[in-house]
Design a protein around this ligand. Sequence first.
Ligand SMILES: [Mg+2]
Length: 397
Amino acid sequence: MKITDLKCAIIGDNPIVRITTDEGIDGYGQAEWTKPYLKPFVHFYKDLVLDQDPTDVERVMTRIRRLGSFKPWGAAVSAIEVALWDIAGKAAGVPVYKLLGGKVRDKVRVYNGGRRVPLKGNEPEHYAENMAIMKEFPENFSIIKQGIAFHSGMGREIPDYFYGEMPAGNTRGAFGGPMTERGLSHTIKCVEAMKDVLGDEVGLALDCGPGMTVPDTLRLAKALEPLNIMWLEDTITGDYTPYVLPENFREVTTQTSTPIHTGEQIYLRQNFKDLIETKAVNVIGPDPLDVGGIAEMKWIAEYADLHGILMAPHGVADGLIGLAAHVHMAATLPRNYIALEYPAGKPDWWYGLIDGLPNPIVENSHIKVWDTPGLGISFNIPEAKKHLEDEDKGFFD
Ligand SMILES: [Mg+2]
């Protein structure tokens, strides 16, 4: 089998990859719906994969893997990897999870990091009210993540929250600095208010930065110890940071019982090596659509498990093809798996474009693993064509 084309269409801001072959089998992958600018980066790899056998996934990946980088520049490589596995599964007549080693669970736990209602403010009562609404969602999520500190409106809206300067306009999170005592205590009060609502029924995870200092991270982690938080995510480095600084995390992790988490921006196993081997964090959260794909993620998860590190894959914006990739991968992960971040389809009309997902998708905080070949999903092409831009009209041809 040979690859005959590598295409990318932006469908409602979702960069969708389609690989076609000379045997009529095609495969799909995607990147986050926050990255509609990725199309030329997908095309960049086209001449490197043409005429290759897509079922030799690893051989194809060795041709393109070194030409990616930390988030967002590993996303195109990752989307191609997912599409290759989709083809390999369809060609073999087995679900992708079989090719990743076989499933160890029939349903995968998901956590809520993206099914949201807007926060009405940044005070403890607002966090409590918001959490009470999410606790009643029909998916019955057993873990809910909320943004605090520099991953929330606190830095901008709470007076004298930190000693640094708040940059104007869209910052993509590029701010942070030492927190004031007021800022730190405000943050702790908001977390306590959320825990009052959740009790011990629903786990609370906290996305915190990046941008916090080492001492503030340690103070926050120690203050929250009695609350049994699931994890503190991306405090020091993290989302869209093109480096890791594991030794800074390690300074915190070794001094607190609150689990410390990072990893959603990191590309490739090599960049998790120091984080894992020095046990710099307790939980890692690579995103399969940024880290280099689902086999890359599987390897990292196995290596993390050897070192006593837990897995909570990032995925909030990974869309419905990303969701399928997550489910196949998560079905194969070792016991260090906690839950994946449930990716919502966006815009809502995406739910009418993809066939093959369970209905409802989430039941009691889990997604049942399905058994159809490849990723086990297909496009409703007539419906999808309605959403193609003019320049993408030939995407399904
Ligand atoms: Mg995060």
